[in-house]
Write a protein that binds this ligand. Structure first.
Ligand SMILES: [Zn+2]
Ligand SMILES: [Zn+2]
Ligand SMILES: [Zn+2]
Ligand SMILES: [Zn+2]
Ligand SMILES: [Zn+2]
Ligand SMILES: [Zn+2]
Length: 302
């Protein structure tokens, strides 16, 4: 008989003897119950038959009770929030809910409401509840951390809590974030840009579209109307612009405001952040007859 290097019991440290698929601890008082099988998660003979959990402290399923799955017969059935869930991704019980894990890339994510976690033993987020991020749409919002861990997300690692106003996980909870305490859902009444819009009264009436620093003007078809009204839409923290006031002579013109808080702008802001630019967006819509003033404006564009 070939003598294998001596194994030690993960529970009590005594010598462990492997016989077939089992391992017996030499210590009759073994705290782990004395009889073990191979733990598929840590690779040690540390799955106690008595307690039905792994006694290896370094195992990611340490002391998590595992039963035999009645469907696939693997010893990977865990009880999660009172429900039995088989951690074997190829088990028929998981056939429908299986999806690609955002973090490890394997098709080991149990995308069913009772689970919502990855069962890949080598995944960094094994058994951690992950839900779809409101902002990037990926399965990357780690519930225990309270933030999205997708490096490409506009709200990467910004802590979020449930917004009472809209019921989404979009209220900024990261204290160092400029929008701390406000909601990041553009459709929410507590959306953080709402207050910014109120702060910035529309005072600029100069025409033309400009690109000032990282302020992006979206080219929008000029709308003509009988009146010479001018409308401005501000989204984001619009910075002071020196020459912006120069043409505000028509004080009598009623200034209308349009609030555009749609998906297109949210998307654009995300794109800007992704490129490391400020997410300031200025949209200018002008209602004017193509008179001399307008021609002046056009000259400025060039
Ligand atoms: Zn032992
Ligand atoms: Zn283990
Ligand atoms: Zn199973
Ligand atoms: Zn994974
Ligand atoms: Zn995200
Ligand atoms: Zn909200």
């Amino acid at each position: 008989m070939v003598q294998k290097p001596k194994r030690k019991c993960a529970a009590c440290g005594s010598i462990l003897e492997v016989i077939g698929s089992k391992a017996l601890c030499k210590n009759p008082e073994c705290s782990g119950g004395g009889v073990f099988t191979l733990c598929e998660f840590c690779g040690d003979y540390s799955l106690s038959l008595k307690f039905r959990y792994c006694v290896n402290q370094n195992c990611r399923l340490y002391k998590m009770r595992r039963d035999v799955c009645p469907i696939c017969n693997s010893q990977k059935l865990i009880t999660y929030k009172g429900r039995p869930i088989c951690m074997n991704p190829s088990c028929i019980s998981n056939r429908k809910g299986l999806s690609d894990c955002f973090f490890c890339g394997d098709e080991t994510f149990l995308k069913v409401s009772v689970a919502m976690f990855c069962v890949n033993p080598s995944c960094a987020h094994l058994l951690e509840r992950v839900v779809e991020c409101f902002h990037c749409g990926q399965l990357s919002f780690v519930e225990s951390a309270g933030c999205c861990e997708n490096g490409d997300c506009a709200f990467y690692k910004v802590r979020m809590v449930l917004c009472k106003s809209c019921g989404r996980m979009t209220k900024v909870a990261g204290k160092d974030h400029p929008q701390y305490g406000r909601c990041s859902n553009p459709d929410c009444g507590d959306y953080f840009l709402q207050s910014d819009r109120q702060d910035e009264e529309a005072t600029t009436t100069s025409s033309g579209r400009r690109l000032c620093g990282d302020t992006v003007a979206i080219p929008i078809e000029t709308l003509h109307s009988a009146s010479a009204e001018q409308e401005e839409i501000f989204v984001g923290e619009v910075k002071e612009q020196g020459q912006a006031q120069e043409k505000s002579s028509n004080d009598l013109t009623p200034v209308l405001r349009i609030e555009v808080v749609g998906d297109a702008l949210a998307w654009l802001k995300d794109e800007l952040r992704r490129r490391g630019l400020s997410s300031v967006i200025r949209v200018r819509v002008e209602f004017a007859e193509p008179d001399d003033d307008w021609a002046d404006g056009l000259d400025k564009v060039k």
